[in-house]
Design a protein around this ligand. Structure first.
Ligand code: 1CP
Length: 340
């Protein structure tokens, strides 16, 4: 598998490429399956349909890896938090965690069991997927999940989660610990079900100042990395803490790939982390609106990385109104321009 080889610093015929959020609303084929399934959560829970949309970007775009179709929020959902995806507004937890009693009502062991629809999606997808293509499993980092679990929804200011972090750090740590335990069991079962690599999304790392980031986010990511590596040393782990380019000097751990977001200059990431880790990323996702911008973006990144210890990706998720033709063009250009 070219993707797994690249994660492990082995030689590959070209730089492998995939896109964060590659299964989704910009694909008419996705919209069709989504319509049949009804709401978004029903699609996640229907393993046959979830597997179908996982495979779509492989068939349509020719990416080098598929990413499991699910959502980071199914973990708090199955720990016992009622979740709804409201059209146009995104995810909503009806009763966010306010105190220790709310947290005690959640069950991390039940979550690992109840997520069987994810494991079924993985098994079916791995059966159908080309042997040379990797299947990436994923999870949300404890901090990013905790923002939703305490705010109840996405936030611009993180006022509720950060208020808890500074007023009641013990409670925040207890939320993070419990979530970490659920995530470790969940991720190990994803691996046993057949995923070939794991990505940890810390989309809201950027909400935290440096000391808070390391205490409340990175610490827990590393706990998860160590727990996975102790049982599955050969499964590559990608970390993606978004928006922390100022803290790169202190990034360290037993993971394999560092996901570089689009706001971090790739030269800086290479200078700080390139000697130790494979880098993934980081083309600005909105470059996908223009073929010329795509070409310039690819050339710039390939020129810095020199086809070495690199996996090509966007620097965050693809947006829903990107023309499919441009997404195809991006994938093909990376694969051709990076040929050894
Ligand atoms: O069909 C729809 O309308 C639902 C849109 C959608 C999709 C396609 C949501 C709701 N989630 C997903 C799938 C998804 N989410 C995947 C698998 C597909 C793929 O990548 O190809 C993954 C990896 C995620 C991860 C995810 N969900 C993250 C981390 C990655 C990131 O983009 O930063 C986050 C923060 C979420 C929460 C979430 N789920 C859905 C939405 C709209 C959101 C974000 C809400 C917000 O901005 O607060």
């Amino acid at each position: 598998m070219i993707f797994v080889d690249a994660c492990l610093k082995k030689d590959t015929p070209y730089t492998p490429v995939w896109m964060m959020r590659q299964a989704g609303r910009y694909l008419p084929e996705y919209m069709q399956v989504r319509k049949q399934a009804g709401d978004f959560l029903s699609l996640c829970k229907d393993y046959k349909k979830a597997s179908e949309v996982t495979l779509q970007p492989i068939d349509i775009l020719g990416v080098d890896a598929a990413i499991l179709f699910s959502d980071i929020l199914v973990v708090p959902l199955e720990m016992g938090m009622e979740l709804e995806f409201v059209k146009g507004e995104g995810p909503i937890f009806k009763s966010p965690i306010k105190n220790i009693q709310d947290l005690q009502a959640l069950d991390e062991e039940k979550a690992v069991k109840n997520l069987s629809y994810v494991y079924d999606t993985i098994k079916l997808t791995r059966e159908k997927l080309d042997k040379n293509k990797a299947l990436i499993g994923f999870l949300g980092a404890p901090w990013t999940l905790a923002t939703y679990m305490t705010e109840g929804q996405g936030s611009k200011t993180y006022a509720i989660s950060k208020k808890m972090l500074y007023q009641n750090p013990e409670l925040m740590h207890k939320i993070l610990e419990k979530t970490t335990n659920a995530l470790i069991g969940y991720t190990k079962t994803q691996i046993k079900s057949g995923v070939n690599a794991i990505q940890i999304f810390d989309s809201w790392a950027s909400a935290l100042e440096e000391s808070a980031f390391f205490e409340f986010s990175w610490n827990y990511i590393i706990k998860i990395v160590d727990a996975i590596k102790s049982e599955f040393p050969h499964i590559p782990i990608i970390v993606f803490p978004k928006g922390i380019s100022g803290y790169l000097d202190k990034i360290d751990g037993n993971f394999d790939v560092f996901g570089v977001d689009w706001s971090t200059p790739i030269e800086l990431a290479k200078e700080k982390l390139g000697h130790k880790y494979v880098l993934q990323g980081n083309m600005e996702p909105t470059r996908l609106y223009s073929k010329q911008a795509i070409d310039e973006g690819i050339d710039k990144i390939l020129n810095v990385m020199q086809n070495k210890h690199h996996i090509f990706n966007l620097g965050h998720g693809i947006l829903p109104d990107v023309p499919v033709e441009n997404a195809k063009y991006f994938i093909k250009q990376v694969q051709e321009k990076s040929k050894r």
